[in-house]
Design a protein around this ligand. Structure first.
Ligand code: 5GP
Length: 205
């Protein structure tokens, strides 16, 4: 049954995609990827850009299994570039993959593509390890995003100006656990802001 599109947390504004819609979108992506992979027995490596792509990675791996792609291995690339709702300098990889991807089919998963800088950083990093094939996917792409080269697949396109939370996407560490994707409630975020902007106490020794 379709869930009500009602915010359950004060940080949630308008809900753009419910948990059911997200899962259906991911199942559609799994079917497209299954056709693209062909019928080989080689493992397919799913690489999620952390932390935001974590639920996307898990649900896509499950959907691929259901679709008939059993040989999936998962790994993570930790990249950081945002503080609050604004980018904070160049994307930086601070934890690398653990599995070798040379000569493998690799699917790179991003939570959201905004300027495309994070995607370019991750893509260049993976290509340097010479995968056989690199397929790029985002759960969300902003309407005005123009990544170069373009994404191979996106599940949803969202308005260009909405800062969104939920289903892995956070605001200052909050909201990753929400199962819907919503626009942030800026009134509540403004109230919460003071908890994140106060100077840190000097550490006592
Ligand atoms: P880009 O590098 O494409 O400009 O930005 C992509 C990264 O910025 C995403 O992986 C995500 O961490 C962050 N980001 C961009 N837009 C949003 C947003 O609306 N909500 C959240 N929570 N993160 C975002």
């Amino acid at each position: 049954m379709e869930k009500a599109m009602t915010p359950r947390h004060p940080l949630e504004g308008e809900i753009l995609y419910s948990a059911d819609q997200i899962l259906r979108g991911i199942e559609g992506l799994a079917k497209k990827l299954e056709r693209q992979f062909g019928r080989g027995q080689e493992p397919v490596c799913l690489v999620g850009v952390m932390m935001g792509a974590f639920p996307f990675l898990c649900d896509l791996a499950r959907a691929l299994l259901t679709t008939g792609v059993p040989n999936v291995v998962t790994d993570h690339l930790f990249i950081e570039s945002y503080v609050g709702t604004a980018p904070d300098g160049e994307p930086r990889i601070y934890r690398d993959l653990r599995m070798p991807i040379t000569d493998r089919t690799v699917v790179l998963l991003e939570d959201i593509v905004d300027t495309g800088a994070t995607l370019s950083c991750a893509r260049a990093h993976l290509l340097a390890q010479h995968p056989r094939q690199l397929i790029t996917c985002a759960l969300l792409e902003r309407r005005n995003a123009n990544p170069n080269p373009p994404l191979d697949h996106r599940v949803f396109v969202i308005p260009s100006d909405a800062f969104v939370i939920g289903y892995g996407l956070d605001w200052n560490g909050q909201g990753r656990e929400f199962d819907d994707i919503s626009v942030i409630n800026t009134d509540h975020a403004r109230v919460m802001e003071r908890f994140f902007s106060s100077p840190k106490e000097p550490a006592s020794v």
